[in-house]
Design a binder for this molecule. Structure first.
Ligand SMILES: Cc1ncc(COP(=O)(O)O)c(C=O)c1O
Length: 411
């Protein structure tokens, strides 16, 4: 199937003149199959439309922020009400206190909350608070884990200095011995361990956390009086409304949130325990737009709704249907696929596909058929994905598997 791409192509051409490289960061369409739209025009529920008017079932959810579906009524109503009052003042509005109260109520590990704009702000702020609390420098992180685009954590070190990472040491995700070793090397300078709820490194199959590994990190932090920082930016509010490690009973000292927290409005948060409150009080951190009320109103509506409907369970149901359907289809075409990670954040890769030719072909066919997903980054579900939406997506993925089978053969 061919789709209209004229306006998208025009915008890409114009952008090459006025935007470095035409686009940057994770939105850079140059790293995706050519059929993938770069520019979008609108979204509604589980669907999006690109600038050429092509309609898609959205299995990327804007790389995570859209958790209730695009333009969810309760969020848009809260946004409209707040917008009518104003957004950005000489001080915060009451929304800031209301949202902090809500998070402290919803998240068992949180005694307080602070707000910023992006996930990178939140992870960086967690490290600042941990260092202020301990008076130490060293932070342990998993090799290859994404914690944002600041100099200390960007996956592309161009423009950064070795000094930016001088106080980081690395361990392997789910390998407790390597974390113990890194902690020993840090000695009495260990300020924090930062870790994601499961291994979701781009370009790799996902890996669920081994509860013994999570408990082991908790134990290292308890023994050394370092802070355990859970980077819940990507998974937060999709796996468990109380925090992604609640089901395994491991509570962080600090947690970073963003993406799903406000259903697409710009907000991030850091939450922490009473033990870190003093340090959080005494650092200096701020931003011109960190106190804007509209996104806080959106977050209150989003988290409230997710709690009311048990959002993670709704997404889990849709995710199970999708995973089962994809597995059945791939088998029927004689194709070996790996589906990894929690079903709310699906990901599929092909066996024997070192150059991702099968993944790119399959993604291209899915996009042409009207389904947005991704060849090397995990996807995201929302509570707006109904059984009918999943089934409509599956009709497209089945045809796409057929093309992969015809082009590359079985296996
Ligand atoms: C686990 C994790 N941490 C931090 C970030 C950085 O968030 P942001 O892009 O909002 O700065 C991301 C973004 O994808 C993420 O997935």
């Amino acid at each position: 199937m061919t789709i209209e791409t004229t306006k998208d192509a025009e915008l890409r051409a114009r952008a090459t003149k006025v935007v470095p490289g035409g686009m940057y960061g994770h939105m850079n369409g140059a790293n995706l199959p050519p059929a993938y739209p770069q520019y979008f025009a609108r979204g509604e529920g589980p669907r999006v439309w690109d600038v050429d008017g092509n309609e898609y079932i959205d299995l990327m959810c804007s790389y995570g922020p859209i958790v209730l579906g695009h333009r969810h009524a309760s969020v848009e109503a809260a946004v409209a009400a707040q917008r009518a009052e104003g957004d950005c003042f000489t001080g915060p509005s009451a929304r800031l206190v209301e949202l902090a109260e809500l998070l402290v109520d919803v998240l068992p590990a949180a005694d307080w909350a602070m707000f910023c704009k992006n996930g990178t702000d939140a992870t960086t702020l967690c490290l600042t608070i941990a260092r202020a609390a301990t008076g130490r420098r060293t932070v342990l992180a998993a090799t290859g884990s994404y914690h944002g685009a600041a100099p200390w954590c960007t996956p592309n070190p161009a423009g950064t200095t070795p000094e930016d990472r001088a106080n980081l040491r690395y361990f392997e995700y789910n390998d407790l011995a390597s974390a113990e070793q890194a902690a020993r090397e840090a000695g009495d300078d260990l300020a924090a361990i930062i870790v994601t709820p499961f291994r979701h490194d781009a370009g790799h199959d996902q890996e669920l956390v081994d509860p013994a590994f999570a408990l082991g990190l908790r134990d290292i932090c308890d023994r050394t009086a370092a802070a355990l920082v859970l980077d819940d930016v990507r998974c937060g509010f999709r796996l468990d409304i109380g925090g992604s490690w609640e089901p395994i009973g491991v509570r962080p000292d600090l947690a970073a949130w963003s993406k799903a927290i406000a259903n697409g409005y710009a907000l991030a948060a850091v939450t922490g325990t009473d033990a870190l409150r003093e340090a959080a009080t005494h650092i200096f951190t701020t931003g011109s737009f960190w106190f804007s009320s509209v996104s806080m109103a959106a977050a209150i509506a989003t988290v409230t709704r997710l709690r009311e409907i048990d959002g993670p369970a709704v997404m889990e149901r849709a995710g199970r249907r999708l995973r089962h359907g994809l597995a059945t289809q791939a088998a029927s075409h004689g194709l070996r696929v790996n589906q990894t990670g929690p079903v709310q954040l699906p990901f599929l890769s092909f066996g024997d596909d070192p150059e991702r030719e099968k993944a790119n072909t399959w993604t291209t066919e899915c996009v042409r058929g009207g389904v947005i997903l991704h060849p090397w980054h995990n996807w995201f579900l929302s509570t707006a994905h109904t059984d009918d939406d999943i089934d409509a997506a599956l009709a497209v993925t089945d045809a796409a598997f057929g093309v992969v089978r015809a082009r590359f053969g079985a296996a």
